[in-house]
Every structure is written in structure tokens, then in C-alpha cells.
Design a binder for this molecule. Sequence first.
Ligand SMILES: Cc1cc2nc3c(=O)[nH]c(=O)nc-3n(C[C@H](O)[C@H](O)[C@H](O)COP(=O)(O)OP(=O)(O)OC[C@H]3O[C@@H](n4cnc5c(N)ncnc54)[C@H](O)[C@@H]3O)c2cc1C
Ligand code: FES
Ligand code: FES
Length: 506
Amino acid sequence: MIRFLLNDQLREIENIAPDLTILEYLRTIEVQRGTKEGCASGDCGACTVVVAEPSAVTGKLSYRSVNSCITFVGSLHGKQLITVEALKQGKELHIAQQAMVDCHGSQCGFCTPGFVMSLFALQKNAPDSVVQDFEPASQSQRHNIELALGGNLCRCTGYRPIIDAAATVLSTEETDQFDEQEANTWHQLMALRAQDSAAGSVTEVASNSGSPTERHFFSPQSISELTGLLAKYPQARLVAGGTDLALEYTQMLKPLDVLVYTGAVAEMKTVSLTDDALVIGGAVSLSEAIPYIQQVLPEFATMMERFAALQVRNQGTIAGNVANASPIGDTPPVLLALDALLHVHSPEGEAVIPVNGFFTGYRQTTLPAGGVITAIEIPLTKTDWHRRVYKVSKRLEDDISAVLAAIMFKVEDGLIVDARLGFGGVAAVPLRVESAEQALIGQPATLDGIKAAQAELANTLKPLSDVRATAEYRLQIAQNLLTRAVLEYVYPDQSLTLASEVSAHA
Ligand SMILES: Cc1cc2nc3c(=O)[nH]c(=O)nc-3n(C[C@H](O)[C@H](O)[C@H](O)COP(=O)(O)OP(=O)(O)OC[C@H]3O[C@@H](n4cnc5c(N)ncnc54)[C@H](O)[C@@H]3O)c2cc1C
Ligand code: FES
Ligand code: FES
């Protein structure tokens, strides 16, 4: 049984399809149609809802905007789903709604509920320091607003009035009904979760008992429960954020009969940061991971802000990105360059598998059958290296990379003594180009010193031409990014940051 709060109402649901999305549930079962469907693929934000749950880190509720079109209802177990219908109180609009009215942020209105929900989440997540007067908007405030709204598309109003509405929301310290009810909601959600612990067994949150094929959504709470389920149901698919997997259902119309959700597995929700390594649990969302990555690998964290958009980062995981094994996934090239390790549990036992060698062919990996990535370990051995991560895509927000380059080298006495080059978008798999790394070693860290490595890239990379970029363009970009990394080493005082953001567009 799935138990969750729909706004302030308890829902206890049995016998639903495991692949039912929140959007389908709201519009067809609850007949609440304020939440809109635009693309059904996570790209437009029209379906944005907010999910609140108790955070062990802050001791408060955390509020995350998510795309309801690619989030399964089963993942709501023990959480609060907040929809646009619940914002208005009587005749009084919520501050997020009133700001859109006051700033003229809506024309046809189709995108508006999604924007309102992103504004609501922005208000809930505003650090105290962000609450300030809008005129003039500070750089950091503008940056926060762009991060919050990057996953919402509007085709008619234009973004300036909507950004004004966001700034208005951030400049108020008004509380709302959700703040007033927070302690109560917290207790209700903790009570729902306590019922699971009392049951002491695997939580089956959904099953289609009338279906001719077995259909289940499981939400195990420990790795042993999870691996037990994978052994019992060999056809099961693991689901973390679902931001890749759900598209099989919404875009390819493939039923997903048995889903095993990783998001309630406590051991996979932890992050540990020591002097030696950053270890990110397999069910930790990208948004949760970024602040830790920022502390030790800021260049990686900066790129991660351009990974999809906030709604997807709030759901998606690094483990899902790695297991999905897309040649254009953003984290694998960086993990390759950082010599990262995957902690894996499978019927064969526990193993630690280097990311280097994990990708064996187009969307193929060495993950054993029934295996789960429980954590990603990033050794912090390259603190004194020159490290750069570049994402080249057509748009700054919410776009897939044409090329992703993770370029890292160590220089001693002017000579490169070690190097790692990880690339995405240039072959059938995320690629570490060891021949080009070798060509760098022993060379001066200058434009002349990288020429042999650039030639090696031309020999090794086998990019494809597609709608995002031609093969020639991708190869040229990969070589040019090496030039840029070296220029940024040679001229560290010349800030390329702003220019670099501009030039990171194809
Ligand atoms: C609008 C949109 C924009 C996107 N933009 C980007 C982008 O900019 N860059 C990018 O790289 N990707 C992007 N993606 C793809 C996707 O968001 C990422 O790949 C994400 O990291 C997937 O994580 P997830 O937790 O959602 O995986 P899921 O969809 O839950 O799972 C993906 C695959 O991994 C498997 N899996 C999940 N967890 C585990 C685990 N712990 N162990 C083993 N297998 C597991 C699943 O069975 C499935 O096969 C985008 C997707 C959308 C919808
Ligand atoms: S409908 Fe477009 S993101 Fe969900
Ligand atoms: S107001 Fe029409 S799409 Fe945004």
C-alpha cells in the first residue's frame, strides 16, 4: 500500500499500475487537472509539483520541485505531494501566484502552474541571506532564480516578468499555510514511515492484482531487501529518480512491470566526505550531492548545475547516470578522469569496480546481473592537479551535451607528469583517452606541449553526427577544449569564467 499526503489529505492506495506516473494519477484518478502535461518527458516543467519529506540533515521538511510526468506514484510513499490546487487559500492567492499576477508573468497560462510550483519551491528553499530587496537583483539572487526556473519553459510571456515574479517571491518574508502546518506534517509523515518499520519487511507499495502479468512497485528499505527482490524477480528494473527509466514508459510506451525503487534504502542515501574520498550513496539525488562535490571538486559542481534542470537534478542520481551508460551522460567522463570506483552489491557478492573499464559498449556495462550500484567513491587524490570540466551544449539550461570534457593534469617543474582525459559525446561509450594522456606526459604545459595529445584525440575519438552536432564539430571541440584547459593553466589570473560560459555554447 502507498501511503502519502496529497496536500493535507492522507491517501492510502492499493492496486495501481507500478508505472503510473504522478501526472497520470493527478489528472485521471484524482481529477485534479491544475498540473499540466506538455512534453511527458521532463523537458518543459508544465507538470511541476513539489514533494516534501522529512530531512535528517536539516531536521525540517525539504521541498523539491519535480516533474510529475516522469515520477512514479510509488516513490511518494511516506512523502507529501503538493500541487498547485493547494496554494490558494479561500480567495487569497499564494505569494507565488500573486507575484505572477503582479509582474504580468502569464499570458496563455499553460506553463503557469508549473512556474508557480517552481516559485513555491524556490521560496521554501531560499536561504535567509537570499531574502533581500530585488532592486537591483544581486548576481547570486539572479543565479538562484535561473537555477530554480531553468526547467520551466514558457512559449509566450517571455522570461523577464517571470524572473521579476521570482525576485518578488524571494524578497518577502511572509509565511504560508505550509510553514504553519510544517510541524504537524512532519509528525504525520514520520508516523507513516513508522508503520513501515513496524511491518519490518519489504514495502510493496503497489501491485496490479488483476493484471495477467505480475506487476509490482517495491520500495525496500535496506540493501539486503533490495538484492533479495532482484534475486526473486529477475525481470525487475531498478528505479532511482526515474529520469531515464520513466521515458521508456512515457515515450516508448513500454510497460514497466516490476520496479524496485532505491530511494528508501537508507544505506544508499548517505554521503561521506573525508580527506581521502567523497563517497556518494547510490540513491542520493544530484541536487543533494552537489553541495558535497562543491566542497572538494568545484569544477565538477559547476558543470552539475548545467546537468538537466532542477526538477531532474532533484530526482536523478549519479548511480542512474552511470548505470544508464549513455555516451552523452555528463558524470561518466568526469568519474573516469577522477579514477572513481563503483561499490556494487550483486548475487556474486560485494565488489568495488573502477569506472574505467565499466563501459564496454553502447549502453553496455560490466554490472553483474541483479547488481546494484550502492555508492560511488571518488578518491581525492588530484587536489593539486589542474582540473577542468567543460560541457558544450546548445543551451545553457536543460540541454544534453554535444561534448563533455574532463581534463585533468599534474604539472611539476613545468612538465606534465600525469594526466586524465575523460570525454562524452565522442564515441559509443564515455571514454577515457589513455593514448592522449600518455602523449601529454613529459610535455610542457603549453600550447606546443599538447599538440601530440590533440593528434592522438583525432586518432582515437569516433564521434557520430546527429541533431546535436556533426562528428567533425565534436572532434574539433574536444581538441579545442584541451587548448582551453592549457590556456587556463598558463594564464590563471585572467578570468575566463564569463567568456567561458559564453563559449561553452555550440
Ligand atoms: C529533461 C531531461 C534532461 C536530462 N538532462 C541530462 C543531462 O544534462 N545530462 C545527463 O547526463 N543526463 C541527463 N538526463 C538523463 C537523466 O536525468 C540522468 O541520466 C540521470 O542521472 C538518471 O538518474 P536516475 O536516478 O533518474 O536514473 P533512473 O531513470 O532511475 O535509472 C536509469 C537506469 O539506471 C538503472 N539504475 C538506477 N539506479 C541504479 C543503481 N543504484 N544501480 C544500478 N542500476 C541503477 C535503472 O535500472 C535504469 O536502467 C536528462 C533527463 C531528462 C528527462
Ligand atoms: S510534461 Fe513537460 S516536463 Fe512534464
Ligand atoms: S504563458 Fe503561454 S506558455 Fe507560458
